[in-house]
Ligand binder design. Structure first.
Ligand code: FAD
Length: 422
């Protein structure tokens, strides 16, 4: 029997170290540097690299990776406990070497990359020397990847890529792009898309502009590919295997976002409690008003429920070692996450009044981020559909309008069993 909600004392020591380190050394970077992914910026190098070295020395670098790739191989449960502290600071993930989209792109390279690709792209990515971009969504539609119009056409010993991509995060700072494009024109739709590596700076690769949301630094590229040529060996996986390759990154990406979301929702609740016991109106503290107490209680329960779902899903990933087998749970986490963030950050904003709404507090940005969480890696509705489909799989229709759980039928069955009753 191993049913436990406790952390080993040894690992708790690591968590305590992470919490203090993030609070004291990493969070201040959020006020000094604009973009965690600008890894070649002189100030980023000066301030971020020493912190990354501290994390490496502590053995906590890139913990989402197995030991064969230089990580601690802790698994998803420990990673969840770490990420719910690391996620409290914008620079947290980059300092600990497990930032999206690089973590997912590394998973793709580790699984599908050739030894050459691993040496050229994966190793420097894992070492934090470069960053990468995953380029799938297009202006005419992201939720339905079958709408991909970008093409990759074979020409001698090269693939030639043409098309436009929208919201390609970190396009302007990336050293390489993982691009989804249609290459198998006669195949079934799900077998028509392939995945290719495009090195940054390849002629014809152009970032038209960077887009932001709320008051975030604009880092989401509107990208055009015009006759972009890459050697044939720059395809990841087989031609037409694009969706299989993409799934490799999305499972981990979604659950890791959820782990980090817990950190922010927790902060929002903490700030809400502090405001409640600090502010007086109409003769009593906010914390003494029952309508405020309800908000605090609801937020705590929502957060605890979500955290348990995330941890249980992380545990299932560790148990099965296969994101696909846990897709229902990951989808459930994915669509619950924006709501939890939205509700708790929104209540914290409201309780702080005009100050809470202002740009002098983090809440408005967190509320906007809740919408980001509901879109990036697929919109909420798509994940709700996945959960429902999985739940309905194999459920047989009842042959009569009065199923066997109809109470008169159950009563009849009970009488038949015991031959008794009033
Ligand atoms: C912050 C951020 C970062 C991102 N980073 C990347 C990145 O690095 N690379 C990349 O390729 N993409 C990225 N994306 C794009 C993201 O994957 C898409 O936004 C997402 O897939 C939705 O596509 P869309 O924006 O085109 O919306 P649409 O596909 O137009 O969907 C809009 C809305 O339509 C509704 N809808 C869609 N499908 C269904 C359905 N089946 N049933 C019911 N309603 C539905 C939903 O309400 C949905 O929100 C990022 C997005 C954000 C917000």
């Amino acid at each position: 029997m191993t049913w436990s909600f406790e952390t080993d004392p040894d690992f708790q020591q690591e968590l305590d170290w992470i919490e203090a380190f993030v609070e004291q050394k990493v969070a201040p970077l959020d006020f000094l540097l604009a973009n965690p992914f600008d890894v070649k910026n002189r100030e980023n190098i000066r301030l971020v690299r020493p912190l990354q070295d501290e994390v490496r020395k502590r053995g906590l670098w890139a913990c989402h990776l197995g030991p064969e790739l230089g990580g601690a191989g802790y698994g998803q449960v420990k990673l969840a406990l770490m990420n719910e502290l690391i996620g409290a600071a914008k620079f947290g993930p980059i300092v600990f070497g497990n930032q999206a989209p690089d973590s997912g792109n590394a998973e793709i390279l580790a699984r599908f990359g050739t030894p050459d690709q691993k040496a050229r792209y994966l190793q420097p990515l894992l070492d934090g020397e470069i960053v990468s971009c995953f380029s799938m969504t297009e202006p005419q539609g992201g939720a339905d990847p079958l709408l991909i119009d970008t093409t990759a056409v074979r020409d001698g010993d090269h693939w030639v890529i043409n098309g436009e991509k929208w919201f390609s995060t970190n396009a302007s700072t990336a050293d390489f792009f993982i691009v989804m494009a249609k290459s198998e024109f006669d195949a079934k739709p799900h077998e028509s898309i392939s995945t290719l590596i495009v090195p940054g700076g390849t002629p014809g690769l152009e970032v038209l502009r960077d887009v932001g949301y709320g008051n975030s630094h604009p880092t989401h590229g509107y990208v055009r590919y015009t006759d972009v040529r890459v050697p044939l060996d720059h395809m990841l996986g087989a031609p037409g295997q694009g969706f299989v390759v993409a799934q490799t990154r999305l499972g981990g990406g979604r659950i890791h976002h959820a782990m980090r979301t817990i950190a922010k929702a927790r902060k929002a609740l903490e700030y809400m409690k502090r405001r409640a016991v600090s502010r007086t109106t109409k003769g009593s503290l906010l914390s003494q008003k029952q309508l405020v107490q309800e908000k605090i209680a609801q937020s705590w329960v929502q957060l605890e429920q979500f955290r348990l779902l995330v941890l249980q899903t992380a545990w299932k990933i560790d148990k099965h070692g296969d994101y696909f087998k846990v897709r229902k749970d990951i989808a459930a986490v994915k669509f619950t996450m924006p709501q939890v963030m939205h509700d708790i950050a929104g209540r914290a904003l409201h309780l702080h009044g005009s100050l809470g709404l202002s740009t002098e507090m983090p809440f408005a940005q967190w509320v906007i981020e809740s919408y980001y969480l509901g879109l990036a890696d697929g919109p909420t509705e798509v994940h709700e559909i996945t959960v429902a489909r999985e739940l309905l799989k194999g459920i047989e229709p009842d042959p009569t309008p009065f199923p066997d759980y109809h109470l008169p039928r159950r009563a009849e069955a009970a009488r038949a069993l015991y031959g008794a009753g009033e």
